[in-house]
Design a protein around this ligand. Structure first.
Ligand SMILES: *Cc1c(COP(=O)(O)O)cnc(C)c1O
Length: 413
């Protein structure tokens, strides 16, 4: 597609990243499997090497093929960035970005609600390299300027936060970073470029676990870093130094997943809203963690900055025994138990945010859970949870408020 200006994201999803005329008329850009790329002459090969890390160029399989470029271009256009860099997982996108700005004596600010392996990179790898990390309360907003130091090189965001779903005041944090000359990075995996546009709020670098909603079918690992022109070649160089190369089939699956992202997200959102609406009326539930809900502490910021919510949310239960909550989870028929999310299928996990933070406390009255609402019919998903609460109540009749809500809980059984 030639002109991208003024077209809607749904249209871009159908038309970007493909050029049938160069590929035998096929609708989709094919999978190029390549290590060696042959050139017409020694001069041409050397010239390709000199072009180095310019966008959309490659002299070797590791630096990309048309399949890679199609995926990178599409995500970059959706985000409104200059260029994308495909890597082999979301965590690799995080690592490449952090390593690009890691320098002995520098200081990074990372939200306390960050994806846990990102915290581990800072805590272990970057610390060994002499980079100091301060973890900050994700709800700080403009108050973050009190934590910014002369040596602060990077402020990282992830909104909403992993497991606990705090929404960050991105424009306020970006303003503080700009005043200090620090680069800003956001993990935009939850919202995808369709529901949040970080570059529009002044963020420098946006990264994604494409493994989640972009691939969308739980069958490939993929990451992507998108940046403005200023940082692009530097990021791509780091990715090359670290030997990053996204696998051809996985990149193809990422691009293929993008084609249906808009319609899938609508259903994920509708199902998450149906489930949270129902859970909100259950006596066993203490608190919902989903910024699309008017009662959520992050709702005002979410409403200001986001255009939608995806299917991943958390909730906390009233105090109940571990045995009861495990009976609730393990007996579910439609919710898988496993890491990751963003596929077509529903998932559930018992989480432990308290053990993963240092700047803030997580002290719910009962267990914390996370659900990914898949594409199933919402009524079936609700019925499955209802049966789960009956198992929970059978083991722990007091969960759900005991006497006060006892009648309601008993009805549910
Ligand atoms: C899953 C996830 C990652 C890591 O992605 P992988 O592809 O699993 O390596 C990074 N950030 C967030 C917010 C995630 O949920």
């Amino acid at each position: 597609m030639k002109k991208t200006a003024a077209r809607h994201p749904e249209t871009l999803l159908s038309h970007l990243g493909r050029d049938p005329a160069s590929h035998f008329g096929t609708v989709n850009t094919p999978v190029y499997r390549a290590s060696t790329l042959l050139h017409d002459s020694m001069e041409a090969f050397q010239e390709a090497g000199r072009r180095g890390l310019k966008k959309g160029t490659s002299s070797y399989g590791r630096t990309g093929t048309p399949t890679t470029f199609a995926f990178e271009e599409t995500v970059a256009a959706l985000e409104g960035g200059y260029g994308g860099i495909a890597v082999s997982s979301g965590l690799q996108a995080v690592a490449v970005t952090l390593m690009t700005f890691a320098q002995t004596g520098k200081h990074f600010l990372i939200p306390d609600s960050v994806y846990f392996p990102t915290r581990k990179i800072c805590h272990d790898l970057l610390r060994n390299l002499g980079v100091e990390t301060t973890f900050y309360d994700p709800t700080l907003g403009a108050g973050i300027s009190e934590l910014v130091r002369d040596d602060t090189a990077l402020i990282y965001m992830e909104s909403p936060g992993s497991l606990t779903f705090e929404v960050q005041d991105v424009p306020a944090i970006v303003a503080a970073a700009k005043a200090a000359g620090a680069v800003t990075v956001i993990d935009n995996t939850w919202a995808t470029p369709l529901y949040f546009q970080p570059f529009g709020h002044g963020v420098d670098i946006v990264l994604h676990a494409a493994t989640k909603y972009m691939v969308g079918h739980s069958d490939a690992m993929l990451g992507v870093v998108v940046s403005g022109e200023q940082h692009y070649e530097r990021l791509r160089r780091t990715s090359q130094y670290l030997g990053c190369a996204a696998a051809p089939d996985d990149v193809y699956l990422g691009l293929r997943g993008l084609r249906t992202l808009a319609v899938r997200l609508e259903r994920h959102q509708a199902n998450a809203l149906a489930l949270t609406d129902w859970l909100g009326q259950r006596p066993e539930v203490d608190r919902l963690l989903y910024p699309a809900l008017p009662g959520d502490p992050g709702h005002a910021l979410w409403k200001r900055d986001f255009t939608g919510a995806s299917g991943l949310f958390g909730f906390t239960l009233q105090p109940c025994s571990r045995e009861a909550v495990l009976a609730f989870i393990d007996g579910l028929e439609l919710y898988g138990i496993g890491a990751s999310w963003g596929g077509y299928e529903s998932l559930i996990l018992l989480t432990d945010p308290a053990s993963m933070r240092t700047a803030t406390r997580w002290e719910p009255v009962g267990p914390t859970l996370r659900i990914h609402a898949g594409l199933e019919h919402a009524d079936d998903l609700i019925a499955d949870l209802e049966a789960g609460f009956a198992r929970l109540a059978a083991i722990d009749p007091k969960a759900g408020g005991g006497g006060i809500h006892g009648g309601k809980a008993a009805c549910a059984g």
